[in-house]
Design a protein around this ligand. Structure first.
Ligand SMILES: Cc1cc2ncn([C@H]3O[C@H](COP(=O)(O)O)[C@@H](O)[C@H]3O)c2cc1C
Ligand SMILES: O=C(O)c1cccnc1
Length: 344
């Protein structure tokens, strides 16, 4: 399958730069916000960008490897947290309410029968992946279906007027999956990419390292990004890959959260490099390995609050900065309009 993602062209760069430089401030004084305003202007191909119907998508899925002991928490926490999202009680609910962001929860493959539920998008591929320590996590057909479902979801959000989307995830054991994927895509030695996730102690971290070493010895490092994804992925990660590609096709602004979301982006980027032009990196996660991912993508996150939660919380917290970037570009007076003297 091919993706119709246009790399950002340079048509408006000079005009956007002139508009930014004409605002009543010393040249460059709004720092990263200036780059953000220019990026959003280029994505939307306008000097007057706007952010409409912003959403956070939270993709949930279970991992066969969770039962082997790669997380500090039991697998049931995945479906229990989905219930918490639906009831409005999780961190992402709080932040999405605060920032007035739409929130959609997607069951990409949780090992639980939720039945038809208000507010839950049913994209279930299967009741959790297979255990990649013993066999590939998913079949190529499942991987393909997850990507297609994600892509469609992003397209339908765009059709409803949303032009900015934050990515989040929930899946016990998914930092382990993200480590294997990150190794598969970047080639950075696996031990450097394995972290404490939800808070493993030293013994737990040693166990996780050993289990993932066994998985890698079995599955190896496939050269095709889709094979890496099918070998080690979660359904929530595969569905995010599709949603990212679909969102970039629709020229949406993609707000990237932490370690697991960035693992999905590594795959999307390997498939279609232009997706990166549409991404804003919200924060640097505490999870070991996020730095290596950001370095591979040559990405500079907006902030570092020591977050290691996921759910799209980091993406939601970046929202006021995106809005500020657009607002200053649209609303600030220029030296000319305000009658302020320029630089001598
Ligand atoms: C109560 C709870 C809420 C969460 N919300 C996100 N995560 C985060 O932790 C998980 C990844 O860490 P690991 O790979 O160590 O399992 C993911 O579900 C991620 O979204 C949570 C984890 C827990 C326990
Ligand atoms: O960086 C993240 O997104 C993260 C880190 C630890 C646990 N869950 C998510």
């Amino acid at each position: 399958m091919s993706y119709d993602i246009a790399p950002l062209d340079t048509a408006l760069v000079d005009a956007l730069q002139a508009k930014v430089d004409g605002k009543t401030k010393p040249l460059g004084a709004l720092g990263r916000l200036e780059l953000l305003a220019m990026q959003i202007g280029r994505i939307q191909q306008t000097l007057t960008p706007s952010l409409t119907q912003p959403h956070v998508l939270v993709f949930a899925g279970d991992h066969g490897a969770a039962k082997a002991g790669v997380s500090a928490y039991p697998q049931d926490v995945t479906w229990q947290m989905v219930e918490n999202f639906l009831a409005g009680g999780a961190a992402i609910n709080v932040f999405a309410r605060q920032m007035r962001l739409g929130l959609r929860i997607v069951d990409a493959g949780v090992a639980h029968d939720f039945g038809p539920r208000e507010g839950l998008i049913n994209g279930k591929i299967a009741a959790g992946t297979a255990n990649y320590i013993e066999q590939p996590a998913m079949t190529p057909a499942q991987c393909d279906k997850a990507i297609r479902t994600g892509r469609k979801l992003a397209h339908s959000l765009a059709e409803r007027g949303c032009n900015a989307v934050g990515f989040g995830e929930m899946g016990i054991g998914n930092t382990a999956s993200a480590s294997l994927i990150t190794h598969g895509i970047t080639g950075v030695p696996l031990p450097q990419l394995v972290g404490r996730g939800t808070g493993l102690d030293d013994a737990g971290l040693d166990r996780k390292q050993a289990l993932l070493g066994t998985a890698l010895a079995r599955g190896g490092r496939p050269s095709d990004p889709l094979d890496v994804l099918a070998e080690y992925g979660g359904f929530e990660i595969a569905m995010m890959v599709g949603a990212m590609l679909g969102a970039a096709e629709k020229r949406m602004v993609l707000v990237i959260d932490g370690f697991i979301v960035t693992a999905a982006l590594l795959v999307a980027h390997a498939m279609s490099p232009a997706v990166l032009d549409y991404c804003v990196f919200a924060h640097r996660s505490e999870e070991a390995g996020h730095r290596a991912q950001l370095a591979h993508l040559d990405a500079a996150p907006l902030y570092d609050l020591g977050l290691r939660l996921g759910e799209g919380t980091g993406a939601a917290l970046a929202w006021p900065l995106l809005q500020a970037a657009v607002n200053f570009l649209n609303e600030m007076a220029s030296f000319e309009s305000a009658g302020v003297s320029g630089k001598e």
